[in-house]
Structure formats: structure tokens, C-alpha cells
Design a protein around this ligand. Structure first.
Ligand code: GLC
Length: 825
């Protein structure tokens, strides 16, 4: 979009360059009317700020984590200008004060084209829904900063947070603005959904770098949409504040991004199990009957969700006295059945003061709500009709909101909280009137305390993040012995520290099943790995085959929930008849077997940001052919998943990355030829056996099938595939205590090597305070034929051979001691 369309006035440039100031680890170009500053933030991380006048002050709600400086970074002059050298990345300001970012070997990554410009924006051009007649607020909030950067034509652009479409978003314009974009808005060409993560990775074989636009105001990234080789950055608030991550791999970028913006939460184990939900479970007995439905059929289940039906007249923090008369008794009954309760909370508080509804009384008397420009409380319509909205930008409001959870939820025994409608969303008329249309909040609405006022424009993208933080901190305070678990619909960068998330209201369409893979891969690349998509689809009715396939794929989602809208067909795993129930059971059983692996991956995510679901190109960044594979993925390092996503699909093709890959089910190697290169594979997709491949050198920890994570694992099974050398670190914990590194954790280091023709597996003694319940330890080697000889700790043992799965197994009672297994294969 050209300048004349987006600006309401002729845009201003920075003016002439006055001076170039160099500091120990920063360089700043001072223009007549603007500044460009590049500084080293920490190892592998630089920050570029471009603003008219001075830089904006930092805010109490900022997500940036304090980091130690990179003493290796330096500033020097060269022919091209003043260079801030971070080792793997150089950020230069030319003699004219223009920005250039380049790699170690001089390849140019990004280069400023023309001067930045500023001016008041025309709001109707910004790609967001507006209230009729709404105007941008006066001052900086209404000023758009615009910058153009040249992109390398070979770069794929990954990330961008919660999005539809494929993995590479080059060619799209991406608005960062949280919005209730349900159902039909989830098509491939849609723009913004519920979340705003202005983060991307630029990837080509052998190198990757990343960027985070640290702007909480509305922003847009033109990723080669207007001009294929340009990245356009538009930011309201008047400042371009861009963090750059040196890579050099996608994994390194995610590490750098999450080091800066916070590491993903460690979920309690029950959150990694299966969740059953629907809008419309509206009586306590009905919910218990659903839980019993799982138990009677011996289907695994860890959590049941209460949608808005449990509330009294859709009032957050209340229970309907008739339909849920005994909240505590209800939660106890769910707990006795080995499951957990997750309850929904909407931020829209029914505007019902003086009627005994505490949240409304306190919201108004405490002045906790968002206010119109004239100071009056802002009101909008949501499920409870007219509602007030807490101002989460203020610490005291977050504390008050947190406290609201004490009696109604925590003391009743609710285990997790599901934050919904927190973009935030409101309508312009009651639903009962039939006239309700989504009506955006006024842009000039005021957030923040007296000394830190911000317009709705600055805070909106953080509303869900700040609510999530309030909820998380409350749960941590009210129940310190347990890991809090919060699920949120809206989020921004930083939300990964406190919340898991899902993709919102999808449809029961095959396309939405298929799209879930690049969606969740993008979330992981954007620093938010604990994400899922509603299994079966929210709107409309899933057919039997779609539901079965969705369960099959959902078994690999970091967050696995079956959910659907009010009025749709029943969607419990048994609702489609015996055949689908069998397929759903297989999916659930596989999910539960994967749990020790998922727990280890969750620990890895908490330590480094590494996503659980990984693009093939994330794991094989040097292999060109893997970079464009977007509907198959790796779960952790060892499993390649190539889901069936079309009706009656019999086969599917996938690019196999280099190395040997064995079919998880048969143990046979697929495409054994040309192991040292990427090559195509055609995999059968029979229902109930999702194409699942084991990487060479896999050290994959599996558990046994349990009815829920409340039952301890009775057999830990390590699935091993041959390789010359491989290492793994199994991390286990008690599943509940909040201290990830503390007494509740245990680590087992393992090494697989090939010595003189024999495979040697070395398991080190378990280290750490967590003591698992008594269990069997089994090593399952997937081999072409039965091994000639197996020696455990120096003594010959006989391995059980399963010819159908090509598996040789050796078991012993797990004593936590070190062991050595030698296998002549
Ligand atoms: C929103 C949520 C959905 C929920 C419904 C009723 O549409 O996204 O998950 O079921 O509200 O609360």
C-alpha cells in the first residue's frame, strides 16, 4: 500500500543526518527529526529502534526479560559504515544512517530501502474493524511509522504467530491485532486471528535469522505482498522497535527469542493428557456422565472442561445454583474419577451491581474497569449481556482479578482456568435482540494507571497476555504446591510463560484439520509451543471419518482437546459408533504411551523454547528439500508424523530427511536407499495407524496406557533404533510441583554407540529427587532381524523377539541404577 493511501497527511522523513554516535556496544544515527539506534542486547540478540523525536518509555507490562550483556559485541568502522558486530550477525548503519543487517560471511540479510517516514494514519486503511466514526487518538498513538527493508529473494518467512495458511508466509500482509476471528475467518487467506505475535524467521538452507517487532500497538508486516523482495513494517505508536536474532539455525532463533521474551511454562502432566469439552454440557450430572463414559469404556481422560454453561447467567466466578448446585462436590466427584476440572472465565463482567454479584460490585467500586475517554466505565455486550471489562494493564487490577479466583474456583477444587473472549471481544447489542454484531472497542479507550495511561491501541494486543498473567499468578499464589495451568484464546508475545493456547473457533472441515499442522508449527516457531486446535472442529458437525482422523492427528498436538459448539452433534469419542470409538481409542492410547516423551519435551521447551512439534526444516536446517515440507512434522527429535488430512486417503507422500527412518508400527526401514540424502517416501495411511516414523538413533521413552496421568507409569519402554552415535536426556518429574529444576525432577542420560559391530546402550543412573513408582524398564530395539546376542551389565540375556514389529525387548525392574546393554545385531 503506498504512502498516499495510508497517511492522512504528507508523511515526514527523518531529515538530514546530524551525527553518528558510537558507544561500546551501540551505534546511533541522530537526524534532524529522528533517531536510529542499533545496540547489542545479549548474545545473539540486537535491537534496532527508529523513532521520530525520542524513544518511547518502557512500560510496566513489557515482556522483555533482563539479560546479561554480550561482552563479545563490539563496534567498529568499515567501508560500509559503522558496524555493530555480534559475531554471527552484523548490524550496520551506513554513512547516511541507513540500516543493514548481514551475516558473518557478508551475505546481506536485511537492508533499509529509503528513509523511514511518519505521519498520522487513516485508520480505515489499517486492516482492522473499526467502530463507525472511530478515530485514532491524538498524539503519538495515532502516528504510523513506516520502514521498508530489502529481503533476500531466497528466504522463506516462517512464524508470525497464530495464523492460517502455510508455513512460509512470504507474499502475505500480516496484521498484528487481536480479534475474535471465528470459523469462516480461518481460511488460508485470512489475516489476523485472536493473537498477535509480530515475530518471524527468515530461513534458507544453512542459515536462519529472526526478528521480533517489539510494538504492542497495531502493526503490520508486509512480507513481500506489495513488493516480493521487500519487507514493509508499519507500526502505530510512532516507533519501529525491532529485535534481531542471529540464528544461525531456526532452533537458535527460537532459543534467542524465548530467552528475550520468556520461556514456555512447564505444564502439569494432566494438561498433556486428553481433555474433553463441549459448549453445552450444562448440568453437573451430565459432565459426570461424560467422565463416566470414558471410565466405563476404559478410555484415557485427564481433564473435562466447563464452558460458560456452569455459570449463573454467564457471570464469571459464579456457579448456577440449580444446574451446578455443589461445585466442591462436583470437583471432588471428577477427581475421584481420576480427572481434572478446567473452568472457563470470560473477562466481560455482567454489569449488574447491587444484586449480590461481587465481581460487578468490586469492579465498579474499585474502579477496576476500562474507561471511555470521558472517564465513564466502558460497556459492551457479551454472553451475560451488558458487561464491564477489567483493565488488566494495571497491577492492582490483576491482583484483584486473581483474588476473584480464590473462593469460586480454587477453593471449589477447579484445577485449571480457560480464559476466553479476551481479545477482548464485545458486541453492540444483547444476543437476545438478534442484533448483536461484533463491535470493536473504541480506539481511544483509556487503559493503565494515572501515571501510565495508554490508549486501547497500545494495550489491546496484550489484553489476553495480561489476563493470563493475572490468572497464572493467582493460581501460583493460591495453590503454591501445584503448577498453575491456564489456557488462553488471545495472546501476544510473552504469553507462553503463563498460558497454553488453542486456535479458537475452527470449523469441522478437512481443510481446518490439514491447516492445523502449519498453524501449530508456526506457534512453536513464534515461541509458543503449548498450543492445540479443537479436535473435531468447533462450528458445524464433524463426520465420523473426519473426527477419527482428527483424533489421530491430535494425539501429537502439544495440547489435545475435543471441543465443539453448542447445538452441534455429540462429539465424544464414542458418539460416532463402534468403529470410530476403536480408532479414537487407538489415538488416545498412543497419546498416553507418548507421555514420558511429551514430558521430556515440555522440559526442553521450558529450558530452551524448543517446540514440541517441529517443522522438518527446523530439525534439518541445512537440507533444502525439507524446508518446504509443511504438512508433516517431527514430534521432538525422534518421531516423524505424516498425517492423513483428506477423506478416504490411502497414501501420502512425504520428504524423508537424510538418515534411516523406520516405520513405528512394523519396525521396517522405509526407503533404505540413498540414506544420506533427502528422498521421497509414499506411506500408506490406514485408519488407526498414522504414518509415524522413527529416526535413526531414536531413544524414545514411552509409557504404558493409563486411564489418566494420576496413575503412575508401570512400564517405561525405551524404543531404540540403530545408529553410530546418539544421545538423549530423559526428564521425569512428579507432574505437579511447580519447581521445574527442583527436588521433583529426575534426569537419565543415555548414550547409544556402535562399537565394533555391536550396539552399546549406556543408561546412566537416574539423577535428581524424583522417585518414580515401582516399574519395569524395558529396552525395545527395532532391528531388521533378531539380535545374535544381547548382554546386559556383562551377563547374556535373551531378548523377546516380535517379528511383526521387528522388536527385540529386554526388561528389568527399574532400580534407577546405571546399566549397559550390548547388542550384536
Ligand atoms: C467462544 C470460544 C469457544 C466457547 C464459546 C462459548 O466461541 O472460542 O471455545 O465454547 O465461546 O463459551
Amino acid at each position: 500500500m503506498d504512502d498516499t493511501e495510508v497517511f492522512a497527511e504528507p508523511p515526514r522523513g527523518p531529515g538530514a543526518l546530524r551525527e553518528l554516535i558510537t558507544e561500546e556496544r551501540a551505534v546511533e544515527a541522530v537526524f534532524e527529526a529522528a533517531r536510529t539506534r542499533a545496540e547489542s542486547v545479549a548474545e545473539g540478540i540486537a535491537r534496532v529502534r527508529i523513532a521520530e523525536g525520542g524513544f518511547a518509555p518502557s512500560r510496566s507490562w513489557d515482556v522483555l526479560q533482563p539479560l546479561p550483556p554480550d561482552h563479545g559485541a563490539s563496534v567498529r568502522q568499515d567501508a560500509g559504515g559503522t558496524v555493530l558486530d555480534l559475531g554471527g550477525m552484523r548490524v550496520a548503519l551506513s554513512g547516511e544512517g541507513r540500516l543493514r543487517v548481514e551475516g558473518r560471511r557478508a551475505g546481506v540479510w536485511l537492508e533499509q530501502v529509503g528513509p523511514p517516514v511518519w505521519g498520522r494514519a487513516r485508520p480505515e486503511t489499517l486492516g482492522i474493524r473499526l467502530r463507525q466514526g472511530d478515530a485514532l487518538p491524538p498524539g503519538r498513538d495515532g502516528v504510523l511509522a513506516r520502514l521498508q527493508l530489502a529481503l533476500d529473494p531466497a528466504d522463506r518467512l516462517w512464524g508470525f504467530g497464530q495464523r492460517t495458511g502455510g508455513l512460509d508466509r512470504r507474499g502475505r500482509r500480516l496484521t498484528n491485532w487481536t480479534s475474535d476471528s471465528f470459523g469462516v475467518h480461518h481460511h488460508r487467506g485470512s489475516d489476523n486471528l485472536y493473537q498477535a505475535q509480530p515475530v518471524f524467521l527468515a530461513v534458507q538452507a544453512g542459515r536462519a535469522f529472526g526478528a521480533f517487532l517489539h510494538v504492542s500497538h497495531l502493526s503490520r508486516l508486509d512480507a513481500g505482498y506489495t513488493n516480493p523482495d521487500r519487507l514493509g513494517i508499519d507500526a502505530l505508536g510512532g516507533e519501529i522497535d525491532l529485535f534481531l536474532f542471529a540464528g544461525p539455525t531456526p532452533a537458535a532463533v527460537v532459543e534467542q527469542l524465548t530467552r528475550l521474551t520468556g520461556r514456555p511454562l512447564l505444564p502439569p502432566h494432566w494438561a498433556l493428557g486428553f481433555h474433553q469439552s463441549r459448549w453445552g454440557y450444562d448440568r453437573a450430572e451430565q459432565v459426570l456422565a461424560v467422565v463416566d463414559g470414558f471410565r466405563d469404556r476404559d478410555l484415557p481422560l485427564d481433564a473435562v472442561h466447563l464452558d460458560i454453561d456452569y455459570m449463573r447467567g454467564f457471570r464469571s466466578f459464579t456457579w448456577d445454583p440449580v444446574r451446578f448446585p455443589d461445585p466442591r462436590g462436583f470437583c471432588t466427584a471428577v477427581h475421584e474419577r481420576g480427572a481434572r476440572v478446567v473452568a472457563i472465565i470470560d473477562p466481560g463482567i455482567k454489569d449488574d451491581p447491587g444484586s449480590g454479584y461481587r465481581a460487578a460490585d468490586e469492579a465498579l467500586t474499585g474502579a477496576h474497569v476500562l474507561r471511555n475517554a470521558d472517564g465513564s466505565p466502558f460497556r459492551g455486550y457479551v454472553w451475560p449481556d451488558r458487561a464491564l471489562f477489567p483493565d488488566f494493564a494495571r497491577a492492582e487490577v490483576r491482583a484483584w482479578w486473581g483474588e476473584m479466583h480464590r473462593e469460586s474456583l480454587v477453593e471449589a477444587g477447579v484445577d485449571g482456568v480457560w480464559n476466553d473472549m479476551n481479545e477482548p471481544t464485545a458486541f453492540d447489542a444483547p444476543f437476545s435482540s438478534g442484533q448483536a454484531r461484533d463491535r470493536p472497542f473504541p480506539l481511544a479507550l483509556r487503559h493503565g494507571a494515572e501515571d501510565e495511561r495508554a490508549s486501547h491501541l497500545e494495550v489491546r494486543n496484550l489484553y489476553g497476555t495480561l489476563e493470563g498473567r493475572a490468572t497464572f499468578e493467582a493460581l501460583a499464589r493460591l495453590r503454591p504446591e501445584r503448577r498453575p495451568w491456564v489456557l488462553t484464546r488471545s495472546a501476544g508475545v510473552g504469553s507462553q510463560r503463563t498460558c497454553a493456547t488453542w486456535m479458537g473457533d475452527n470449523d469441522s472441515w478437512w481443510e481446518h484439520l490439514a491447516m492445523s499442522v502449519p498453524q501449530l508449527l508456526s506457534m512453536g516457531l513464534s515461541g509458543s509451543p503449548h498450543a492445540g486446535v479443537d479436535i473435531g472442529g468447533f462450528f458445524e458437525n464433524a463426520g465420523a471419518e473426519l473426527f477419527a482422523r482428527w483424533m489421530e492427528l491430535g494425539a501429537f498436538y502439544p495440547f489435545m482437546r475435543d471441543h465443539t459448539a453448542q447445538g452441534t452433534r455429540a462429539q465424544e469419542p464414542w458418539a460416532f459408533g463402534a468403529e470410530v470409538e476403536t480408532l479414537a481409542r487407538r489415538a488416545l492410547e498412543l497419546r498416553y504411551r507418548l507421555l514420558p516423551y511429551l514430558v521430556t519435551l515440555a522440559h526442553e521447551a521450558a529450558a530452551t523454547g524448543a517446540p514440541l512439534m517441529r517443522a522438518l526444516g527446523y530439525a534439518f536446517p541445512d537440507v533444502e528439500a525439507t524446508l518446504d515440507e509443511e504438512d508433516a512434522f517431527l514430534l521432538g527429535p525422534w518421531l516423524l508424523v505424516a498425517p492423513a488430512t483428506r477423506p478416504r486417503q490411502r497414501w501420502r507422500a512425504v520428504t524423508l530427511p537424510p538418515g534411516a527412518w523406520r516405520d513405528f508400527w512394523s519396525g521396517r526401514e522405509v526407503v533404505p536407499e540413498r540414506r544420506d540424502e533427502a528422498r521421497p517416501a509414499l506411506l500408506p495411511t490406514p485408519p488407526g495407524r498414522p504414518p509415524l516414523l522413527l529416526r535413526q538413533g531414536a531413544l524414545l521413552p514411552l509409557g504404558d496406557v493409563r486411564r489418566s496421568t494420576a496413575t503412575p507409569v508401570s512400564e517405561l519402554r525405551l524404543v531404540v533404533t540403530p545408529a553410530t552415535a546418539s544421545r538423549y536426556r530423559l526428564v521425569e518429574d512428579d507432574g505437579l510441583s511447580p519447581d521445574a529444576d527442583g527436588a521433583g525432577t529426575a534426569v537419565t542420560e543415555m548414550a547409544l554407540d556402535r562399537d565394533e559391530g555391536a550396539l552399546r546402550l549406556e543408561l546412566q543412573a537416574r539423577a535428581g529427587g524424583f522417585l518414580p513408582a515401582p516399574r519395569t524398564f524395558t529396552v525395545e530395539l527395532r532391528l531388521d532381524r533378531p539380535p545374535d546376542r544381547v548382554v546386559l551389565d556383562g551377563a547374556d540375556v535373551s531378548a523377546a523377539w516380535d517379528g511383526e514389529r521387528h522388536a527385540a525387548s529386554v526388561s528389568w525392574p527399574d532400580d534407577g541404577a546405571g546399566h549397559e546393554l550390548l547388542v550384536s545385531d
